[in-house]
Design a protein around this ligand. Structure first.
Ligand SMILES: Nc1ncnc2c1ncn2[C@@H]1O[C@H](COP(=O)(O)OP(=O)(O)O)[C@@H](O)[C@H]1O
Ligand SMILES: N[C@@H](CC(=O)OP(=O)(O)O)C(=O)O
Length: 437
C-alpha cells in the first residue's frame, strides 16, 4: 500500500505546523509522495503567502514591493530557523526578485510559494524534490493536459522511493516552459494528479478540519463530519463553495478508483472523511452536505409566446458565449427565461450583453438583479426519500426567507436554491437544523 499526502497551507503555515507534518509522514512509510501548498494563515487575520506573492507582483511602487517581498522572505526564514535547517533560499529569492521586476508572469509569481515550501520541506524530510514545471503540463485555461503529463509524471515517479512535488503549478503545455498555475486552491488538483501517476492506493488530503463537514464551519457552529461521501456529491459541494477541496481534484483519482481521505493535521487520530466512487454506507442523514456562494446576477428575459419560438434559448445563450461568459443556471417559464451568471464576471460586460440580447431575440423586457446567493443541498440519500424539497422550503419559510429560484436536477442528487445575499447564512443554518439533529 502507498499513499500521496497533500498538506494545505494551514498545515504548513509555520515551523510548529511543519513539525506536525514531519511526524505524520515519518510515522507511516506508505506516505511516499508529498504535495505541499504555500504557507497559509497562522492566525485569522494573517495573509497567505500566495496572496503576498500576488500583492508583490502587482505592487504599484518600489516601497510596496520591497516591503511585501521582505515579508515573504521572513515567512520562510522563520520556518527555516524554527526547524534549525541548514538551507539557504537566498539564491532563489535573487532569481525571483529579478523575475518579478521583469514582470515574467503572475502565475510564475504565485507559484513561488509552493516551490519554496517544497524545497524547504524536501530538505527537512530528506526526500527528493521534483519540480512540477518538468512533469505537470497545464493548458491555457488552467486544466491539466493528461496526454502530456501522465507519461512524463508516471516515469518520474516510477523509480523514486520518496519525493516532494509542490502543488498548484506546472508548465504551460505549449513547450514554452512558461510557468502556469491552476486556479486558487489548486494544490488539491496536483495531489490528485500525483496520486494517479504515482499509482498509489490512497490520496490523503491534510487540512485544518477533521474532514468534510456537513456545512461550512464559519456559518454553522461545529457541524457534523461527513464520514463517507461520493465523488459526485463532493464535486457538487466543492463547486458550490465548500473550499476544503478543489472541485477539479475529483477527476484524476476517480478514473483510477483511488479514494481521497480528508484528514486533520492538528488531530491526526480523527478518521476524517472518505471520498469514494460509490458506497454501500448509508448516509447518516437524508442530505449529505450544504454549500453555497454569494455574488450571482440574474438576467430575466421576458417575451410573449417565447415558448413557441424555436431556437430562442440557443440565440440567448450564444450572446453569453460571444462575451465569454458561462452561465450557472437557466430556470424558465412560458414567457420568461432567466440566466444566472457570476456577478464579478458579468458586471463589466452587462450593457454589451443587454444590447446583444435585444439584437438576438427582440425581448419585451430584460431585468437585471445582482443580489443572488446560490445554495446547494446535496445528498445521494435524497433519491430514496420523499418530501426533501418540502422540508427545505418549510425550513426557509419558518425563517421568513423568500426563495428566488429553485433548480432540481433529474439526478435527484441536489436541490439548488437562490436567495438574496443577506439570507445566505440564515438559510444555510435553517436547512442544517431541519435535517441534522
Ligand atoms: N463543508 C466544509 N467542510 C470543511 N471545511 C470547510 C467546509 N466549507 C468550508 N470549509 C473551510 O475550508 C477550510 C479548509 O480549506 P483550506 O482553507 O483550503 O485549507 P488548506 O489550507 O488546508 O488547503 C476549513 O478551515 C473551513 O473553514
Ligand atoms: N497556495 C495556493 C494553492 C493551494 O491549494 O493552497 P491551499 O492548499 O492552502 O488551499 C492558493 O492559496 O490558492
Amino acid at each position: 500500500m502507498s499513499k500521496v499526502v497533500k498538506f494545505g497551507g494551514s498545515s504548513l503555515a509555520d515551523a510548529k505546523q511543519f513539525k506536525k507534518v514531519y511526524q505524520i509522514i515519518k510515522e507511516d512509510k506508505e506516505r511516499k509522495f508529498v504535495v505541499p501548498s504555500a504557507p497559509g494563515k497562522r492566525f485569522k487575520e494573517d495573509t497567505k503567502v500566495t496572496d503576498l506573492l500576488y500583492k508583490a507582483y502587482r505592487a504599484q511602487n518600489k516601497s510596496e514591493f520591497n516591503a511585501t517581498f521582505e515579508e515573504i522572505k521572513e515567512r520562510y526564514q522563520d520556518i527555516i530557523d524554527g526547524l534549525k535547517l541548514n538551507i539557504s533560499l537566498d539564491e532563489d529569492f535573487e532569481i525571483m526578485k529579478k523575475a518579478f521586476e521583469d514582470q515574467i508572469g503572475e502565475d510564475y509569481a504565485a507559484s513561488r510559494g509552493e516551490y519554496l515550501n517544497g524545497k524547504v520541506l524536501a530538505h527537512y524530510l530528506e526526500f527528493q524534490f521534483i519540480d512540477p514545471k518538468d512533469v505537470i503540463f497545464i493548458d491555457e485555461h488552467g486544466n491539466y493536459d493528461i496526454e502530456k503529463t501522465d507519461p512524463i509524471l508516471s516515469a518520474a515517479l516510477a523509480n523514486v522511493e520518496n519525493a516532494v512535488i509542490p502543488g498548484f503549478y506546472g508548465s504551460l503545455n505549449d513547450g514554452s516552459g512558461i510557468i502556469k498555475a491552476f486556479s486558487r486552491g489548486g494544490s488539491d488538483v496536483t495531489g490528485s494528479i500525483v496520486a494517479k501517476n504515482g499509482k498509489v492506493d490512497l490520496y490523503e488530503n491534510w487540512t485544518d478540519v477533521s474532514g468534510f463537514l456537513i456545512a461550512d464551519p464559519r456559518i454553522v457552529k461545529e457541524p457534523d463530519v461527513i464520514e463517507t461521501i461520493t465523488y459526485k456529491e463532493l464535486r457538487e459541494l466543492s463547486y458550490m463553495g465548500a473550499s476544503v477541496l478543489h472541485e477539479n481534484s475529483v477527476f484524476p483519482v476517480r478514473s483510477e478508483g483511488i479514494p481521497i481521505n480528508i484528514k486533520n493535521t492538528n488531530h491526526p487520530e480523527d478518521p476524517g472523511t472518505l471520498i469514494v466512487e460509490s458506497t454501500c454506507h448509508k448516509p447518516a442523514h437524508v442530505i449529505t452536505g450544504i454549500a453555497g456562494t454569494k455574488g450571482f446576477a440574474t438576467v430575466m428575459i421576458e417575451k410573449d409566446m417565447m415558448n413557441s419560438e424555436i431556437g430562442f434559448g440557443r440565440k440567448v445563450l450564444e450572446v453569453f458565449e460571444a462575451h465569454d461568459l458561462s452561465f450557472e443556471h437557466m430556470p424558465s417559464g412560458i414567457d420568461t427565461m432567466t440566466i444566472i451568471v457570476n456577478t464579478d464576471e458579468f458586471i463589466d460586460k452587462e450593457q454589451d450583453v443587454l444590447a446583444g440580447l435585444h439584437r438576438a431575440v427582440q425581448p419585451d423586457s430584460i431585468e437585471l438583479e445582482s443580489d443572488l446567493a446560490l445554495i446547494a443541498v446535496v445528498g445521494r440519500g435524497m433519491k430514496a426519500s420523499r418530501g426533501t424539497a418540502a422540508r427545505v422550503f418549510n425550513a426557509l419559510a419558518k425563517e421568513n426567507i423568500n426563495i428566488k429560484m429553485i433548480d432540481q436536477g433529474s439526478s435527484e442528487l441536489n436541490i439548488i436554491i437562490g436567495v438574496r445575499n443577506c439570507y445566505f447564512e440564515p438559510a444555510i443554518k435553517a436547512i442544517y437544523n431541519e435535517f441534522i439533529d
